[in-house]
Design a protein around this ligand. Structure first.
Ligand SMILES: O=C(O)C(=O)C[C@H](O)C(=O)CO
Ligand SMILES: [Zn+2]
Length: 278
């Protein structure tokens, strides 16, 4: 288990950050390394994100020193979305098959969590998100059929996209974790436009299915003081509660969003129209 720490930053300080500092504080460049679990532990709502990439061997989700618990989910819940080949997540001896773009919510108190791939020639890649949890909720699988689906945007504004709400109230019970994935339609490149903030929740985006040689220009910062980060395939970015999180790609792409905070209501957002951004 490898992990790094990200401290919370004040928006007044972030104004002064250059490209290197911005990337160091907010961008997570490497999540998937063969036969490793890599995590990034942020001070924003104590949200942990990362990737498990089991190829030759199964990988055990161990605890990390930063959370000082006996096992990872002792005081935490965990959301997992597979983005590649067929995989299996074993939770306290029970096996849950997880195909591409399926999610599993793992409740607080789950002791043994093991990730494996069905075929090492087409391995699974498990994207992970975890937040502190005050209550145990049942471990549950959610696929696209069970998801709540939103079709937003239009071709005319290059932001036609389908949002699959996977771990959200009404679909899966969780303490504070909310997760889903968004697919940009061919020819559409703008995500989350009009953009928004949500002061009651932080968020992290994980971009994937970014074609070889293409990139996503991720927008962050206060609505009147925006900054950008160029991101590549399978990279993640933390978004503080005070910042927008939006982006434009040089092609279409997909991304997983995950949130932690005090209000699980997806619609709790303050929108900023394009002509209000600076
Ligand atoms: O494309 C979008 O719009 C999104 O996917 C928005 C995210 O779900 C989000 O930011 C939720 O707060
Ligand atoms: Zn958001």
């Amino acid at each position: 288990m490898n992990y790094d720490r990200r401290r919370a930053c004040h928006p007044g300080d972030v104004k002064q950050y250059d490209t290197e500092r911005l990337r160091k504080e907010f961008l997570v460049e490497t999540l998937f390394v063969k036969d490793e679990i890599n995590l990034s532990y942020s001070q924003y709502e104590r949200y942990i994100l990362g990737g498990a990439f089991p190829v030759e061997q199964a990988l055990v989700m161990e605890t990390i020193d930063a959370i000082k618990s006996e096992y990872f989910c002792e005081r935490r819940e965990l959301g997992v979305i597979n983005i590649a080949g067929d995989g299996v997540v074993k939770v306290d001896g029970k096996e849950y098959p997880l195909t591409a773009k399926e999610a599993i919510y793992i409740g607080r108190g789950s002791k043994e969590i093991v990730f494996s791939s069905v075929d090492k020639n087409n391995p699974a890649k498990f994207y992970l998100s975890s937040t502190p949890a005050h209550k145990e909720y049942p471990t549950t699988i959610v696929n696209k059929e069970k998801a709540n689906i939103l079709n937003l945007g239009s071709q005319a504004t290059s932001n036609e996209r389908t949002i699959y709400q996977l771990i959200v109230p009404g679909i899966v019970e969780s303490c504070q974790l909310v997760m889903g994935l968004t697919e940009l339609h061919e020819g559409s490149v703008w995500n989350t436009m009009p953009s928004h903030t949500h002061d009651r929740r932080m968020e992290a985006y994980f971009y994937f299915e970014v074609p070889q040689g293409q990139a996503v220009c991720h927008l962050m910062g206060e609505p009147q003081e925006t900054r950008h980060l160029f991101m590549h395939n399978e990279q993640a970015v933390f978004s503080p509660e005070w910042g927008i999180h939006s982006g434009v790609g040089t092609s279409n792409y997909s991304f997983i969003w995950g949130m932690g905070g005090e209000n699980l209501d997806y619609t709790d957002m303050d929108h900023i129209q394009p002509d209000e951004l600076r």
